[in-house]
Design a protein around this ligand. Structure first.
Ligand SMILES: Cc1cc2nc3c(=O)[nH]c(=O)nc-3n(C[C@H](O)[C@H](O)[C@H](O)COP(=O)(O)O)c2cc1C
Length: 328
């Protein structure tokens, strides 16, 4: 699959998730294999602050390290076409391979500023943002949206057509409306209506957890690729397994015992290296809990994880995975 000039090795992509798809997690997923990993959303104004302030600019040095994990897609969130364009240009100069525009975030703080899913209610502003970003850079630009604002205003097909006309290279559709937040089932048939309306690649998203889910979403929607979010929590290998399954290959069993231990240890080492011990331990807790989900002894393990306060304790806890077998 290709998004503009960028070739993807697999049609299974990791969804952007604020607070979760940081560099350590993206690299862990990419080490197994995934078509693409996308950054957590970055406010376009924050990017511009980074240009102005040397101190913040230094924090963006991690972009070079991100490239180790394969093509880098950065997701921008904002409402002002000229600020979005400037932020896009800055990211292109940093070496980002793709830019994604967030038109799906449902949270009040974002939609109250007319950004995220609020842009689905203002197709003119949405079009102006897409055009401004596309005109500002040479790298491919994608748009991630929901089905619409609410059940009565499902305009994803219309917005996807606008994205196509304004020069976007692909769209991702999460099969829920903004009103649904994360409730109910993602509607894969409705994603199919978007696919039928445009000729650019459409990436389907929502509730893909197993290899069979990935296959079913593609079958039902006719999409070109599938994007996986929560299904990857504690299972960074799942995108690789889905890719194998879709290609008709043999899917290896999920890692257990020593193999699982090595996966978790490498992920924890990346977190500690990236954030330092204090923040790292706190960020690692949720990932460790997800790795243990559904496995024997996960309840007392999670309690110990939440009480863990140092790098040493954390690494000791990781040894737990040497003994655990497959998920129950
Ligand atoms: C904790 C969390 C954070 C998210 N952050 C973002 C984000 O920064 N940008 C975005 O476009 N979508 C974000 N999403 C939405 C996901 O990318 C995805 O569309 C949604 O979770 C549905 O896919 P899933 O059922 O595979 O999780 C987030 C979702 C969750 C659960």
């Amino acid at each position: 699959m290709k998004i503009g000039s960028v070739s993807l090795s697999s049609p299974v992509l990791l969804a952007p998730m604020a607070g979760i798809t940081d560099f350590p997690f993206r690299k862990t997923v990419k080490n197994f294999g995934a078509g693409l990993v996308v950054s957590e959303m970055v406010a376009s104004r924050t990017v511009l602050e980074a240009i102005k302030h040397e101190k913040i600019r230094q924090r963006l040095h991690f972009f070079e390290a991100q490239r180790e994990a394969g093509p880098v897609s950065v997701q921008l969130v904002g409402y002002d076409p000229s600020i979005m364009a400037e932020a896009a240009r800055f990211n292109e100069q940093l070496g980002v391979d793709l830019l994604d525009i967030n038109m799906g975030c449902p949270v009040k703080k974002v939609v109250n500023t007319e950004a995220g899913a609020a842009l689905m209610k203002d197709e003119t502003l949405a079009a102006n943002i897409i055009r401004a970003v596309v005109d500002a850079v040479r790298i491919p630009v994608t748009v991630k949206m929901r089905l619409g604002w609410d059940q009565n205003t499902q305009n994803a097909a219309s917005l996807a057509k606008i994205a196509e006309n304004e020069g976007a290279a692909a769209v991702t559709v999460h099969g829920r409306t903004r009103s649904q937040f994360y409730e109910g089932r993602a509607d894969w048939e409705a994603i199919g209506d978007v696919k039928k309306a445009v000729s650019l690649p459409v990436i389907g998203n929502g509730d893909v957890v197993t290899e069979t889910d990935a296959q079913n979403l593609l079958k039902i929607s006719g999409c070109d690729a599938v994007m996986v979010g929560r299904g990857a929590w504690g299972k960074p290998w799942i995108l690789h397994h889905m890719g194998k399954f879709l290609a008709g290959g043999t899917v290896p069993p999920p890692p257990t015992g020593e193999e699982l231990y090595q996966v978790v240890l490498a992920h924890m080492a990346l977190i500690l290296d990236y954030y330092g011990a204090y923040r790292g331990v706190r960020i690692a807790r949720k990932h460790l809990s997800w790795y243990s989900k559904g496995r024997t002894g996960s309840a007392p393990f999670r309690a110990a994880v939440n009480a863990c306060d140092s790098e040493g304790e954390l690494l000791k806890l990781v040894e737990h995975f040497k003994e655990v077998e497959a998920a129950d």
